[in-house]
Ligand binder design. Structure first.
Ligand code: BGC
Length: 365
């Protein structure tokens, strides 16, 4: 079968031949891959950035956002049957820590987790993949067209979920279901994670401001406006004037992965506010920040700053729920996040496809 590989640390991307994987355990599922999403992580890996090959090799099969059709199941599998559409999650347990042992490898405590297509485990840019039922999620029939967005949606939903759990635990009167209602959230960076985060925030009752540096009439602001959000052009508005122009911001959802902006924007956060970072900038990009002013503000205003990565199976289920809700409330919006679909043979074009009208590029197998 065909697979797309890279040599971590290099810019080599190749289509290669590998043996088709087969089911060998009763709890395994075999998927025929139909769609793979390309994200910033894939592009960083393709530029020689953060990634590891499986132990004993120097080559990694790329791809971690996926959708596939079930073609075979082990004898103990009950979640899916051949013909169903399903996704596999990204992380694999370290096998040692409490979070991994209760199905929360997104919170792995040892740091010895692996990630398919990213860290020491081959990914999904392949014609077929086999994995365990516990990492599999059936995609309902009416969401099949959007199933490839489940992984990025789960990442966005986890970030919002973490913020709500923290706010509900620490602020008198705040509840998990109620805290966002009527409050203002600022999403920084309107790529897929930011826009899916904006959807999750709107569905939970927040007013959403979204910031990017693209033209107001281009696809990213259009998606934001279609869900009732308001666009801020970061080329025209400085981070330290946002609160003067738009009032108290209760939650910042960072999805730009730009280090300086990530810290400058803290200025906009209001009293008791929470800031969730999801962007992963290159670690070698230092930035000058107003450290004293930021620290003073965060202490005097009881602010929280957290990082959030990956997602649990529960977040994947929440993601499918949110996607179904979004489809009902704002028909066509999720579809418009997928801006380009290319055959897998055009992987290099797909990886290089980063113009300002691009949101999510998908490759098909
Ligand atoms: C993926 C996550 C992963 C993270 C860190 C992101 O691009 O969506 O699943 O945990 O990268 O490697």
């Amino acid at each position: 079968m065909k697979v797309i590989t890279t040599v971590p640390g290099s810019k080599i991307i190749e289509i290669k031949e590998r043996p088709e994987p087969q089911i060998s355990q009763p709890d395994e599922i075999k998927l025929k891959i139909t769609k793979i999403g390309i994200c910033g992580t894939d592009r960083e890996i393709a530029h020689g950035g953060r990634a590891d090959a499986p132990p004993g090799t120097n080559e990694l099969v790329l791809g971690h956002e996926m959708l596939g059709r079930v073609v075979a199941v082990g004898e103990n599998v009950t979640k899916v049957k051949p013909g169903d559409y399903a996704v596999f999650t990204v992380r694999r347990d370290c096998g040692e820590c409490a979070p991994c042992n209760v199905g929360r490898n997104d919170m792995c405590q040892t740091g010895k987790y692996t990630e398919r297509g990213i860290r020491a485990y081959d990914g999904y840019m392949a014609e077929y993949v086999v994995d365990k039922e516990k990492y599999c999620l059936r995609v309902p029939d009416d969401l099949v067209d959007l199933g490839v967005l489940t992984e990025p949606m789960s990442v966005s939903v986890k970030a919002v979920d973490e913020a709500l759990k923290i706010q509900a635990a620490r602020i008198p009167g705040a509840t998990y279901d109620g805290w966002l209602k009527g409050r203002t959230a600022l999403v920084v960076g309107l790529g897929p994670i930011g826009l899916l985060g904006a959807i999750a925030l709107r569905l939970r009752g927040a007013e959403v401001l979204g910031m990017d540096i693209v033209d107001e009439n281009s696809p990213r602001p259009s998606v934001l406006k279609a869900i009732g959000g308001k666009y801020i052009n970061g080329k025209e508005v400085k981070a330290d004037t946002i609160d003067e122009l738009h009032g108290h911001i209760d939650l910042i959802f960072e999805a730009a992965g730009v280090a300086k902006l990530g810290f400058d924007i803290i200025d906009a956060l209001g009293i008791n506010g929470i800031y969730v970072m999801t962007g992963v900038p290159g670690a070698d990009r230092p930035a000058d920040i107003a450290a004293g002013a930021i620290m003073q503000q965060m202490v005097l205003m009881n602010q929280v700053m957290i990082g959030s990565v990956n997602a649990s199976m529960e977040h994947n289920l929440m993601a499918l729920n949110d996607m179904a809700e979004c489809k009902k409330k704002w028909p066509g919006v999720l579809e418009s996040i997928i801006t380009e679909v290319m055959p897998y043979t055009k992987i290099n074009e797909a990886l290089a496809n980063t113009h300002s009208d691009e949101i999510k590029t998908i490759i098909e197998f």
